[in-house]
Design a protein around this ligand. Structure first.
Ligand code: ADP
Ligand code: MG
Length: 209
C-alpha cells in the first residue's frame, strides 16, 4: 500500500468516525441526560453532544491528519469543549489511543492495544478502576473480547453486558458516588455513552454504510 492510499483510507475512516459518533451521541443525548438525572446532575447528554458536535465540525481538519494524530486532536477538542468529568476522561482516552495507534488498527489485537491505552488513561485521570460504576465497566469487557480475538459481534455483546453490570454496582467515583447505596439500580450514563461509541466502531469495522 502506498502512503497516498494509506492516507486516503485514513481520511475516509476519520471522517466517518467523527460524523457517525457525533450522530449517534446526538441521537442518544436525551437518554444520556435522563440516565444522568437519576444518579448525577443531568448533563451527560449535553456534555457529550457539545463535544462530539465540535468533533464533527472539525471532521475535515481531522481527516487531513494521520489516524493517530486525528484521534489526539479529537481528544484535545473534548478536553477543551466539555465541562463535565466526561470531557477530560474521554479526551484523555482519545489522546492516549491516538498515541498508541499511529495508524488505524486492523486486527482485534491491535484494536485491543489501542483501547488498552485509552482505558489506562481513564483510570489514571479518574483515579478510578473497574467496579466503581463508570465507563470503565463498559470498556473492560470490550478489552477482554478484543484481546481474545473477538470481532464486532463479540464486542457488541461484551459492551452490553458491561453496561448492564453497572446497574447493580454502587458508585464509588464521580457524582453518583454521593448517592452511595441509592446509586444501585440504575445503569451508569458514562457506561451507556461508551456503548454508543463502541457500537459505532463496530458498525464501521463491519463496513456498514
Ligand atoms: P459530571 O459527572 O461532571 O456531571 P458527566 O455527567 O458528563 O460529568 O459524566 C459522568 C460520567 O463520567 C459517569 O457516568 C461516569 O461514567 C464517568 N465518570 C465520572 N467520574 C469518573 C471517574 N473518576 N473515573 C471514570 N469515569 C468517571
Ligand atoms: Mg453529569
Amino acid at each position: 500500500m502506498t502512503s497516498d492510499t494509506q492516507s486516503a483510507t485514513d481520511a475516509a475512516l476519520i471522517r466517518a468516525l467523527a460524523k457517525r459518533c457525533s450522530a449517534a451521541i446526538s441521537e442518544s443525548a436525551f437518554e444520556l441526560t435522563t440516565l444522568d438525572q437519576a444518579i448525577g446532575d443531568g448533563d451527560h447528554g449535553l456534555n457529550m453532544n457539545r463535544g462530539f458536535l465540535a468533533i464533527a465540525e472539525a471532521a475535515e481538519d481531522l481527516a487531513a491528519a494521520p489516524f493517530g494524530a486525528a484521534l489526539q486532536k479529537a481528544g484535545t477538542i473534548l478536553v477543551m469543549k466539555v465541562g463535565g468529568a466526561s470531557g477530560p476522561l474521554y479526551g484523555s482516552a482519545l489522546m492516549a489511543m491516538g498515541k498508541a495507534a499511529p495508524v488505524a488498527p486492523s486486527t482485534p489485537q491491535e484494536a485491543a492495544a489501542m483501547l488498552r491505552a485509552g482505558f489506562e488513561a481513564v483510570k489514571a485521570r479518574g483515579r478510578s478502576d473497574v467496579g466503581a460504576k463508570t465507563m470503565l465497566d463498559a470498556l473492560a469487557p470490550v478489552l477482554a473480547a478484543l484481546e481474545a480475538g473477538g470481532g464486532a459481534a463479540e464486542v457488541r455483546a461484551a459492551v452490553a453486558q458491561g453496561l448492564e453490570a453497572t446497574r447493580e454496582m454502587r458508585a464509588t467515583k464521580g457524582r453518583a458516588a454521593f448517592l452511595g447505596e441509592r446509586s444501585i439500580g440504575h445503569i451508569d450514563p458514562g457506561a451507556r455513552s461508551a456503548q454508543v461509541l463502541a457500537n459505532v466502531a463496530c458498525d464501521l469495522a463491519e463496513g456498514a454504510s
